[in-house]
Design a protein around this ligand. Structure first.
Ligand code: S3P
Length: 171
């Protein structure tokens, strides 16, 4: 449990389970839990979809960065689940360096099955060739996810509890 006094930040593509794993892990560790997307929606008083639609991705990314920064500033170690694109900003990647960053991975097919009925993700919302969109975006981001993380977990065939146990063991 040497790494326990740091923030634990979950990163990874949409549909890899960051939110559910983060909330179960936080309960297990008795920590406060933050989900950057939820925080953004609370701050803005509207959904991520609406923010992308009305104010654009650039605005969303700025709010996302502000939320990440303010939470990392907390003296109390947190569990923080992030949106799949948070690692695109170099500033965010640098800011996460003092935290324990855990990457949740899944194959495009598994991600597709998990999110195909969910219309809450603006970057995948036109629905055309969803599997191809996922594969392309994942390929584009894969290296960056890996480079940003301290520990990687494949989530494909695992239950939430199993993933949480792996993280706890790593700590
Ligand atoms: C995004 C992922 C979403 C959300 C936004 C953009 C991305 O979060 O932040 O739609 O760029 O991958 P989830 O990873 O929680 O779906």
């Amino acid at each position: 449990m040497q790494r326990i006094n740091k923030h634990i930040i979950l990163i990874g593509f949409m549909g890899t389970g960051k939110t559910v794993v983060g909330s179960v892990l936080a309960k297990h560790l008795g920590r406060n839990y933050i989900d950057t997307d939820k925080e953004i929606e609370l701050l803005e008083g509207t959904s991520i979809n609406e923010i992308f639609l009305n104010k654009g991705e650039e605005y969303f990314r700025q709010v996302e960065m502000d939320v990440l920064n303010s939470r990392i500033d907390s003296n109390i170690p947190l569990v923080i689940s992030t949106g799949g694109g948070i690692v695109l900003s170099e500033d965010n990647r640098i800011r996460m360096q003092d935290s324990l960053v855990i990457l949740l991975q899944a194959t495009p097919e598994v991600i597709y099955n998990r999110i195909k009925e969910d219309a809450s993700r603006p970057l995948l919302n036109n629905g055309i060739n969803l599997l191809t969109q996922i594969s392309d975006l994942l390929e584009h981001r894969e290296k960056i996810y890996k480079q940003t993380s301290n520990f990687i977990i494949d989530t494909d065939k695992k239950e939430v509890e199993e993933i949480v146990s792996e993280i706890v063991e790593y700590l």
